[in-house]
Design a protein around this ligand. Structure first.
Ligand code: ADP
Ligand code: ASP
Ligand code: MG
Length: 814
């Protein structure tokens, strides 16, 4: 004999009920089958809603009632297109009784736990009746037995305790003489010893099935639901979660106790001692393997079996130096809560015994506080205990696994990966058996925490990075294209799952929590919502994805000003925008500090030398104990391009225009030609070498004509390039006469930095610098005479994009 239980979704529509019937028909061919059913999906909630509306004197309870009625009538008619009169009239009669009950609640303005149980019992009574009658209509040997006549409890309404001796006897007696092959039992509902209607607690149909399975010592209990087993974590919150094929009773109990709703926690208890396995199956996918819960020893590769969560938690904290001396303090505390029927979900106590923290359902927080304040009134008045503190809006997350006790460092991993993602932990508890580690966190962080932990313990092989790119002009566009092209490679070879979760230009922005499909990103972006800098930040923050990276591909000061906000949310920053790193020294330092404090890397390799590994090399030198003596560099790809193409047969204006057209200059060419851009770069290198310096400290001898320096607008500036051609030709002529090349050189030496146009003689490493190439020479304690030289393409959209890309990947390898 087998016991099967079908949950709300499984019996939530005529189509699903037909599935259930064919499953039962199959099972019933060879053996007797007992089938426990829930109410039609969502009906228990609707019944409670109607009750609440009636209690609140809200006539909307009638609409809710009509909705309930229509749902059942539709199902009956769809399942039984003909021959449905008797079913409809029975159900109608019951619904009339339900309506009268609601009218009664409305009149007296009160909904007691006792009445509430009576009210919700209609759900299972109706569903079980409809299913059994439909089966009979289809010629099957089926009958319904009202389990209220079998399952007997105390009068603890809404969560009654079972009297096993009477219940087991009732069940055995009934099934000894039952004639039908398939018996349908309503789950969840029961009666007290004196005949009052009771229920076994929300989700209690699972429990009914377990009680019946245990009473009859059946070989297996099957729980049929809407997912393919017990998952590594809640599949609604973590897409990567997967079903666990085998799990122990203890692990299943811990997971369900800490929120894995797929199994009602008390369900395991009746079957455990009898060694009856529980098989969780999916009604919507009957061929899926599902999960087997049993006593079998399971050797699992991961010590963590699953992760679960409970929402709506309140944390009560009791503190006081006098607590140590109060006799029986804990006993009194827990007795007080037990008298109020308040379930304590987790407890933590510091070893000093000066404080104790309890996690309870936040609906009960007010009652708990009132009761504890009364129970410890004297101690509070004497100042031995502080008045109780309540925090709400919290959640519990729990790691569960029988094998965790044999592995070191699990809690370390758990807390460091949460910390890295800026998830604040309010309290921690570890069960004495070390089968679980629980933490209390903010409700808003639950999804991120579950995904982070799931990645840490179940997907160790891949790391998900979520990038939010702002600025998809020349460079940004190439970056997106490179990501699109390399996505598969990164996943297969570097185990990095790189997703673009947000994109913005100055007009529009788009976001996708599961990563944008980059196939037609330009069209999607064009149809996005109106862009704003703060809006981009708010959306990024609200998505609250793990390993979030903000990528700034602009030259915008207002965006650089928002970096601190991003870092404070533990969102890493990758920027080619130089403004932040070359801003006031205090701001630069503050960003570095925030980056450390919030565990959010701040990478800006492309600030100097585009894709060349300049800053990374410098950081490695410094980190390994080297000291920079001096730096000499040609750092402007744009100026190099300009002076490599400028001669006595070209015009300065044309060359500058051409540099702009090829993407070698900033949108405002004055930033390059005035030397400011180069000054910013040498400033960043000086700072990264450990020197406190500001932009004003850099000596900048400009080669621009006087009118060029004074021009107010970009257009005016271009005009001066035409009118002052002679000035620029004279620079060229002088260099030529001295057999030199013109190079714009940045220097840092002895704590001082300068930028200027220089005539470089033949034989100097800078002399042959081609195109838009950059060169940096680091003279350090380890490289005193022969400098460490980095040379190569230092400008251009593609190389800058790949420099940004390299920074992003660096975060994936952390
Ligand atoms: P039923 O109505 O069949 O009893 P429930 O809604 O009570 O179904 O339980 C199934 C639901 O439990 C799933 O749809 C899923 O959202 C939720 N759930 C939470 N944690 C887990 C988990 N670890 N594994 C599977 N399901 C889970
Ligand atoms: N119908 C009840 C509920 O929704 C019992 C159950 O489905 O297990 O809580
Ligand atoms: Mg359930």
């Amino acid at each position: 004999m087998k016991v099967l239980k079908f949950g709300g979704t499984s019996v939530g529509s005529s189509k699903n009920i037909s599935n259930v019937i064919s499953i039962l028909e199959n099972y019933g061919k060879n053996d007797a089958v007992i089938c426990v059913v829930s109410a039609v999906g969502g009906i228990t909630d609707k019944l409670l809603l109607a009750g609440k509306q009636a209690q609140d004197k809200d006539r909307a309870f009638l609409d809710t009632f009509e909705g309930i009625k229509e749902r059942h009538f539709n199902i009956i008619k769809e399942l039984n297109p003909s021959n449905n009169d008797s079913i409809l009239s029975y159900v109608e009669e019951n619904l009339e009784a339900l309506k009268s009950l609601l009218e009664g609640i409305y009149l007296i303005n009160e909904l007691s736990p006792k009445t509430s149980d009576k009210l919700v019992s209609f759900g299972e009574l109706l569903s079980s009746f409809i299913i059994a009658e439909t089966m009979k209509n289809r010629g099957l040997s089926a009958d319904r037995k009202n389990s209220q006549e079998l399952v007997i409890t105390n009068s603890n309404f809404t969560k009654a305790e079972v009297d096993y001796s009477i219940t087991n006897q009732n069940i055995r007696d009934y099934f000894k003489s039952a004639k039908q092959n398939i018996t349908i039992l309503p789950g969840f509902i029961s009666k007290s010893r004196i005949g009052e209607i009771t229920t076994l607690g929300r989700g209690g149909s699972d429990f009914t099935a377990a009680i019946v399975a245990a009473a009859l010592h059946v070989e297996q209990l099957e729980i049929w639901t809407d997912v393919s087993g017990m998952f590594t974590t809640n599949p609604k919150l973590v897409k990567q979660a997967y079903p666990i094929d085998k799990i122990s009773y203890q692990e299943a109990m811990e997971l369900s106790h800490f929120g894995a709703k797929v199994l009602y926690p008390p369900t395991v208890q009746p079957v455990l001692s009898l060694d009856i396995p529980i098989h969780i199956k999916n009604t919507l996918e009957p061929d899926a393997v599902g999960t087997v819960i049993s006593n079998e020893y399971i050797k699992s590769s991961s010590p963590v079996k699953g992760i679960s969560n409970i929402s709506n938690i309140a944390l009560l904290t009791l503190e006081g130096t006098g607590m140590v001396g109060i006799p029986g303090f804990s006993k009194r505390l827990f007795e007080t809560l037990s008298q109020e029927k308040i379930n304590v979900i987790m407890i933590t106590q510091a070893s000093s015994e000066h404080s104790i923290c309890l996690g309870i359902d936040d609906k009960e927080a007010g009652n708990a506080k009132a009761a504890i304040d009364v129970a410890f009134e004297n101690e509070i008045a004497l100042g031995k205990i502080e008045p109780i503190i309540i925090e709400t809006g919290l959640s519990i997350i729990a790691l569960v696994g029988d094998n965790m006790k044999n592995h070191q460092g699990i809690s370390g991993k758990m807390f460091s990966s949460l910390g890295r993602n800026n998830i604040n932990i309010r309290a921690i508890a570890q069960g004495a058996s070390e089968k679980n580690i629980t933490a209390v966190i903010d409700e808003k962080d639950v999804k991120k925490a579950l995904n982070t932990l799931h990645e840490q313990f179940f997907e160790t092989k891949t790391k998900q990075l979520n990038v939010f790119i702002t600025g998809v002009g020349n460079v940004g566009e190439r970056l997106v294209e490179q990501i699109k092209q390399q996505k598969k490679y990164l996943k297969d070879n570097l185990k990095i799952n790189l997703r673009v979760a947000g994109l913005s230009n100055s007009r529009t922005m788009i976001f996708d929590e599961s990563g944008l499909d980059l196939k037609d990103w330009k069209t999607q972006l064009a149809n996005g919502e109106k862009a704003s800098l703060q809006g981009f930040f708010e959306n990024t923050k609200a998505l609250n994805l793990r390993n979030s990276i903000f990528v700034d591909v602009t030259a915008n000061k207002d965006i650089a000003d928002l970096y601190a906000q991003y870092l404070r949310e533990s969102i890493a920053i990758v920027a080619c925008n130089k403004i932040a790193c070359s801003s006031d020294y205090n701001n630069y330092k503050e960003l570095k500090r925030l980056s450390l404090k919030y565990n959010a890397p701040f990478l800006f390799e492309t600030n100097v030398g585009a894709g060349l590994p300049v800053i990374d090399t410098l950081s490695n030198l410094i980190a390994s104990g080297d000291k920079v003596n001096s730096i000499q560099a040609v750092l402007s790809g744009s100026l190099n391009y300009v002076f490599n193409n400028f001669n006595d047969s070209t015009k300065f204006y044309d060359v500058v225009k051409q540099a702009g057209a090829e993407g070698y200059t900033e949108p405002d060419p004055r930033i390059d030609l005035s030397g400011v851009d180069v000054a910013r770069k040498i400033l960043i290198l000086a700072r990264e070498s450990g020197i406190e310096m500001n932009l004003e400290d850099i000596e900048n001898t400009s080669f621009l004509s006087e009118s060029g320096l004074k021009s107010d607008t970009v257009d005016d500036f271009y005009e001066t390039l035409i009118s002052d051609e002679a000035h620029y030709q004279s620079l060229y002529a002088s260099a030529k006469a001295n057999n030199c090349q013109l190079k714009y050189v940045a220097k840092f030496d002895n704590g001082k930095a300068s930028v200027s146009l220089q005539e470089i003689p033949e034989g100097h490493p800078f002399y042959n610098l081609e195109g838009s190439d950059n060169i940096v020479m680091f003279y350090t304690e380890r490289y005193p005479k022969q400098p460490m030289i980095i040379k190569g393409a230092g400008a251009g959209a593609d190389v800058t994009a790949s420099g940004l890309f390299a920074d992003i990947i660096r975060l994936g390898n952390d």
